[in-house]
Design a protein around this ligand. Sequence first.
Ligand code: OOB
Length: 542
Amino acid sequence: MTEANTIPRQVWPEDLAARYRSKGYWRGETFGDVLRARAADHPDRLAVVDADNRWTYADLLARAESAAGGYLALGLQPGDRVIVQIPNVAAFFPAVFGLFLAGLIPVYALPAHRQTELIHFARRSGAKAMVVADRHEGFDYRPLADLVRAEAPAIAHVVVIGDAGDHIPFDSLRAGPALPRVDPSAVAFLQISGGSTGLSKLIPRTHDDYIYSFRESARICGLTGDSVYLAALPVAHNFPMSSPGVFGTLHAGARVVMAPNPAPETAFSLIAREGVTITGVVPPLALLWMQAAARTPHDLSSLQVLQVGGAKFIPEAAARVRPTLGCTLQQVFGMAEGLVNYTRLDDPEEIVTGTQGRPISPDDEVLILDDNGVPVPEGQPGHLLTRGPYTIRAYHNDPGANARSFTPDGFYRTGDIVKRLPGGYLVVQGRAGDHINRAGEKISAEEIEDHLLAHPAVFDAAVVSIPDEFLGERSCAFVIAAEGTSPRASELKAFMRGRGVADFKVPDRIVFVPEFQTTAVGKVSRNVLRADLRSRYLKETT
Ligand code: OOB
């Protein structure tokens, strides 16, 4: 690990960087420039709407500038990292654009993250401050911030949106002296990776690369100034953030509507009230929405595009989107590390329902390799590797993960098994790594095993994904109890919750076994063990 106080960097080889610039992908624009330009173009147009606020582009810029000045007045310096844990409320935007304008680097935590994850992000990033909501959907984020600060004392300030209690009220931040010049090739923020091994990694994205990805996404998704995007998924996720998500929407000068949760009742009433034209969901939500659409009193006719991504959407379900919701389906296969694929809005039905789309950029390089690193023939499944103008070349502060996840010539090993069809369309077949994709939330098997092993009654544990009709996959932990103990599943689940991890990581099932049979033949890799346990489980239950 490098020093935690190192400012994150992301560097492409000079020849590729020059190419990305000369092709007009990287335009030397920062997030702050984008907001200033839109506020100049359409000051009075509505930019962001939530339950309590309706802000124009001019309002948004003014609020972001106040926040930027206020952050710097606290003593934060350009390049400092700031953990942002803000649910889907309008204030997310002044909070993060304020950071961008001040040259500060948001580290995006999900609303579901708890102290174990947040402390890891704080230490790994060297964060100096946190910006959080007061409460959302029944959860109080202020005591959580206190817990994190107690364990990560470099965090000197906690700024709270809403009722700040003992902390700094976000609304008290005021513009001060001139804001710094921000380098467009610098890291703009750190995103959290779902992670296949161990703890989440931090993904450094630059202004240049990220703005390219959402500007082009907005074009591919047909956004215009009249579009209305509903942020149904938590905006800290890369998908609703930038594919084209909230930032693509603002880049297009269009309107973002923030849904406090993605339940059909909430989302449908917002679609009807605000005339939403496009939104993005994960497959289990798409299933729920399709079911609920049959009985809803709300008028969904404004909705033109439903994007589905984050996990595999099966063709049978994909084919039901238009008949039930009356809109065009767009499949989205992306990753926070970069590469995003879309089916195009005018693609034929069999492409839209049967593939996960093709890359954004003509300069997205895609390799599909067999286990020996040799390219497979078109149409055959293999490991997907990629590099390009918006795919990272390294994680922040994590040499071990970098050695595993990137080839010497800079390709990112996605861990996905895909096949490529003519035209460059990809079909996701599965995954090589050991994570569980639970309704789009990625869970590292190793991370959960480590938590379970911390319980005194657990001798060994192996966590695998098992198929689930609704969630796609869910997690199942196989546990060998320590000698002389007989823990209950509920006790282990409560133990995990007590360790302060996101609820989606608590195993859905816990199965106690006397031994792991493959271990009898000597030391086997965890991957082999997990695969073995999974196939035994599937044999026994089907
Ligand atoms: C998105 O990003 P992450 O970083 O949460 O997860 C990336 C992984 C991919 O490597 C793949 O394993 C899986 O999620 N995935 C899909 C998929 N979309 C993502 N697997 C099958 N079908 C799909 N359509 O999940 C993400 C980021 C940007 C846009 C959309 C999704």
